[in-house]
Write a new protein. Structure first.
Length: 143
C-alpha cells in the first residue's frame, strides 16, 4: 500500500469501490455479514479488506446463494471445518436444482426459437400449441 492510501476507508469510499450503496453496506453490518467497523469521531472506518468481502457477497448472490448461505461462506476458514462442510452441502443441494432450472430454460428457449421462426397464418394452424408437454409446467417456468 502506498503512503497516499488511507489505512481505513469511509463508508463513501467503500460504496464507491464496491459499487454498493451505503445502506446496503449498513444492512450487511446489521445482519452480520460484515463486521461492525471502528468509528473515528462517530464515523465508520472500514479496513480495506471489506471491499473484497463485499465482492465475495456480490459473487455469491449472483450464484443464487441466500444471505444465510453467504454467511456460511464468509465463516468458512481453514480452522472452521464445520462451516466449510456446510458450504459444500449447500452447493451439493443447489446443483441439482440449478440443473433442473437449466433444463426448463432450454425447453423454453427452444420453444421461443421455434415461435420466432413461425409463419403460421393463425394460432389455430400453428403446431406450437398442439403439444403443451413441449414446455414445463407453468409454475416451473423461470421468471
Amino acid at each position: 500500500m502506498s503512503s497516499a492510501e488511507p489505512a481505513s476507508l469511509s463508508i463513501g469510499d467503500v460504496a464507491q469501490l464496491s459499487r454498493k450503496t451505503p445502506s446496503a453496506i449498513r444492512y450487511y453490518e446489521q445482519i452480520g455479514l460484515l463486521e461492525t467497523p471502528d468509528r473515528i469521531s462517530g464515523r465508520r472506518r472500514y479496513p480495506r479488506t471489506v471491499v473484497r468481502t463485499l465482492a465475495v457477497i456480490e459473487t455469491a448472490q449472483r450464484a443464487g446463494l441466500s444471505l444465510d448461505e453467504i454467511r456460511l461462506l464468509l465463516e468458512a476458514t481453514p480452522s472452521n471445518h464445520a462451516a466449510t462442510e456446510q458450504l459444500r452441502e449447500v452447493a451439493e443441494q443447489k446443483l441439482p436444482l440449478l440443473r433442473e432450472a437449466i433444463e426448463r430454460a432450454e425447453l423454453v428457449r427452444r420453444w421461443l426459437e421455434d415461435a420466432a421462426r413461425c409463419h403460421c397464418p393463425t394460432l389455430d394452424d400453428c403446431p406450437l400449441f398442439e403439444d403443451p408437454a413441449r414446455l414445463p409446467e407453468r409454475s416451473l417456468v423461470l421468471g
